[in-house]
Every structure is written in C-alpha cells, then in structure tokens.
Design a protein around this ligand. Structure first.
Ligand SMILES: [Mn+2]
Length: 288
C-alpha cells in the first residue's frame, strides 16, 4: 500500500499532504474581513488580503501543490454577508486562483453564503468534510464529519485556533500559535457519529458502523491546525481550567473534541519551527 505523508510546512500555518506524486496544501481559518469587526470597535487594521495572498504565493512556489484546500472559516462574518466581504472575499479568491487554479473549500461555521463570492472554478464542499486517497479526512471541526472520514488514518481539522501561553518570571505573557497532534479513539468517534445520526443500535459501535456505513473505523492521527490568519486571537490550549471549560472554549472545541473522541490531554503541541513543547496536560500544569 502506498504511503501518505502529512507534514506542516516549515514556519507556516500550512499543512502539506503527499500521496505518491500528488501534493495538496491545506490552510485553515483565514477569517477574511475580520478587520471589519475591529473597525466597528474603532480599531483600524489594513486589509489582510494582500498579506495572506503573499504568504500563500510563497508557500505554493516552495511546495508546488496540485491543489489548495481551505479548511473552513474562509470569511469572518457568520451568516449575513457584510458589505466589506463583497470586496475582501472576491479579491482574495481572484488572487488565489491566479496563484493556483485548483482550489477547494471545506466550509466552516463562518462560511454561510460563500458561493456567490467565489469564482465558479472554486469547489465548495459541505461542512461534513472530504477525504483524500481514503487516508486523510479533512473537516473544519465545528460539526461532525461524514461517516467515511472515520476510516482515515489521518484526520485534519481547524476551528480551534490553538495557541500556547507562557508566563516569563517577570509575569509577562507570551502567546504563540501551535500545532496539535493527538490520537483519536475510533470507537468513541463512531459512537459520536452514530448518536449524531440518531442511529439506534445494540452492542458495539464499530460493528454497527461497519454494518451501516461499510467503514472500518480506525484510531487516527489527528492534526489540529493553527489559523493561517495570524492576526487573530486563538484559544490557549494550556489554559488552566479551575472551574471547567468556559462556554467560549466549548464552542471552539467543537463536537468532536468535546466528545472525548480525540485524546487531547495527551496530545502534543509544536511551534511552527518544529519545536516540541510537550504534552498538553503537562503544558497546562506549567500554566497554573
Ligand atoms: Mn470555525
């Protein structure tokens, strides 16, 4: 069987997927138009579109993928299309398809009404995600993935915007975006997907899953991607929750992580240069 390789692009919030001679680049959480929400508060940040396109142009030139996948939350405003989005989002996509013609979107929770803002050549999937080569499942993370994804050896998601917060001895807080790698528990994820689909069954969830969907569930290597728009705030994954998770954090975790179907506490955090920071439960202890 041919091998699939999943690896972060050095110093970038971008993931390269390789299978035989095929190469696909994944970026998540661009939140185009996020600047607009700040300007409502009187903070004026210039459009991030040219800067994000420059970054993508350099990465595409370096790793020459066949396709770019935008793993959700391409735009920031959730449901209604804000006026500025009619400018930012088309401007971004027009620039992107010039850099690379093959672009696919896996929608996130912010991507309502995206279609009229994108060129016709851009493929827009569903929030249930997609799988590549039957080995990599990609979904944004705010919703349960479609059944076949649980058969993939790798699961890739965004939505969380993971960061790690450190305190130096003088009490300054330092925040860095981070990659998270964690192992999924196929059995628990299967239980989650079946419950979400309101499937009634007796006995083992993975057996039922195989019977109903024809998918052999595996324990996957999960990658939780940092947001490609580095101006955004993130969720400190090592926050010490003395009183449990806040509602906002629960929202950011999404149903898959909340279900315990991914062993987040034993997950590993990495900086963009590859520095291994440690296990999340240990990073949490440092932050008490
Ligand atoms: Mn999201």
């Amino acid at each position: 069987m041919s091998e699939t390789i999943v690896k972060p692009v050095a110093d970038q919030a971008a993931l390269l997927l390789q299978h035989e001679s095929d190469r696909v680049l994944v970026v998540a959480d661009l939140h185009l138009g996020w600047e607009v929400s700040l300007s409502h508060q009187g903070i004026h940040v210039p459009s991030q579109v040219p800067r994000l396109l420059d970054k993508l142009r350099r990465i595409v030139k370096d790793v020459h993928p066949r396709q770019v996948i935008l793993l959700g939350d391409v735009k920031h405003a959730v449901a209604k299309v804000e006026l500025e989005e009619w400018k930012y989002v088309p401007e971004f996509f027009d620039g992107l398809v010039e850099i690379i013609p093959d672009v696919q979107v896996v929608p996130g929770n912010h991507d309502g009404n995206l279609e009229p803002l994108t060129p016709r050549s851009v493929k827009i999937g569903t929030s249930e995600g997609i799988s590549l080569w039957d080995s990599v499942g990609l979904f944004h993370g705010h919703a349960w993935p479609s059944p076949p994804l649980l058969g993939c050896k790798f699961l890739v998601m965004g939505h969380l915007h993971p960061t790690v917060v450190f305190k130096d001895p003088l009490g300054f807080r330092i925040t860095r975006q981070a990659w998270v790698r964690a192992k999924s528990n196929g059995q628990k994820l299967a239980e989650g997907v079946l419950k979400h689909a309101s499937v009634k069954y007796e006995g083992n969830a993975t057996d039922e899953y195989a019977k109903k969907y024809g998918v052999k569930v595996v324990d996957a290597d999960c990658v939780i991607m940092p947001s490609f728009n580095d101006y955004l705030g993130g969720q400190p994954i090592n926050r010490a929750f003395t009183e449990g998770w806040t509602d906002l954090y629960k929202e950011y975790m999404g149903p898959v992580l909340r279900s315990g179907g991914v062993d987040f506490e034993n997950g590993e955090a990495y900086l963009f240069d590859g520095t291994y920071l440690g296990k999340i439960e240990d990073l949490r202890k440092l932050n008490q």
